[in-house]
Design a protein around this ligand. Structure first.
Ligand SMILES: [Fe+2]
Length: 246
């Protein structure tokens, strides 16, 4: 089958199953980067690069992003541990250990690293920990739970790994540059962003491997496409949350 154009339309399970793994991943990433989806080139990224995002807006975004990274951990743990294939499961559990306490990079848990960045821009860490997630942030976490508990293990892994983490290196390096240039932040305060640039290069590749090996049937391809798109829309909303502050 010929490569399909990344457009906002219904793709049948059969069309998706007719693609090679490379074509499917390229289509999936393209569809998940359409306007209103994902964070690649999100308005917030442009505002950080221009220095026009205000500190209250950045604090709002970081607090809510932090709450998601912390609160999604049980869903992330579930999707990692239920994988029936030893090799893939071990990779996922390694990623989980890195996420939870920085086991691979020898740093610390990613939620705590994000909170450290928050402190550098004036977030009250103790108060942030007690906050509730606002709807755009909660939607991302709730959807991780839905994917993890109501879909096969490879659906959230592909939706998160092959799609979102593939756009992280570009997005987070632009954000880190903007934080340095416009907000006077130092390298050591930007660890959350810079460490994800390297880590997610690897995770993006792992996501592609998982698609190659396990996302092969029409039903599996369709579920990954559906959840990929919805997850990408939720992430757009998470980045948009900065608009809720002045
Ligand atoms: Fe992370």
């Amino acid at each position: 089958m010929e490569k399909l154009a990344a457009e906002d339309r219904y793709f049948s399970p059969e069309e998706l199953a007719g693609l090679t793994p490379e074509e499917f991943v390229a289509l999936l990433r393209g569809v998940c980067a359409l306007p209103g989806r994902g964070y690649l080139d999100h308005p917030l990224v442009k505002k950080i690069e221009a220095g026009t995002a205000t500190l209250p807006q950045l604090r709002m975004f970081v607090e809510q992003f932090y709450l998601h990274t912390r609160n999604m951990m049980p869903a992330f743990g579930h999707m990692s541990s239920v994988c029936p294939f030893e090799e893939a499961r071990n990779t996922l559990i390694k990623n989980l250990a890195e996420e939870a306490y920085g086991a691979v990079s020898g740093t610390k848990g990613h939620p705590d690293m994000l909170l450290d960045f928050g402190i550098a821009i004036g977030v009250d860490a103790a108060a942030a920990k007690k906050k509730r997630q606002l709807r755009p942030s909660r939607k991302v976490t709730d959807y991780y739970e839905f994917m993890s508990f109501c879909r096969p293990w490879y659906v959230p892994v592909a939706a998160i790994g092959a799609v979102m983490e593939a756009s992280t290196p570009d997005t987070f390096s632009r954000m880190a540059e903007g934080f340095k240039k416009n907000y006077g932040l130092k390298d050591e305060q930007l660890l959350f962003w810079t460490m994800h640039v390297e880590a997610d290069k690897e995770h993006g590749d792992e996501g592609v491997e998982i698609v190659e090996r396990y996302v092969t049937t029409p039903e599996a391809r369709a579920q990954v496409m559906e959840c990929g798109v919805e997850n990408a829309e939720n992430w757009y909303g998470m980045f948009d949350i900065h608009r809720m502050a002045a």
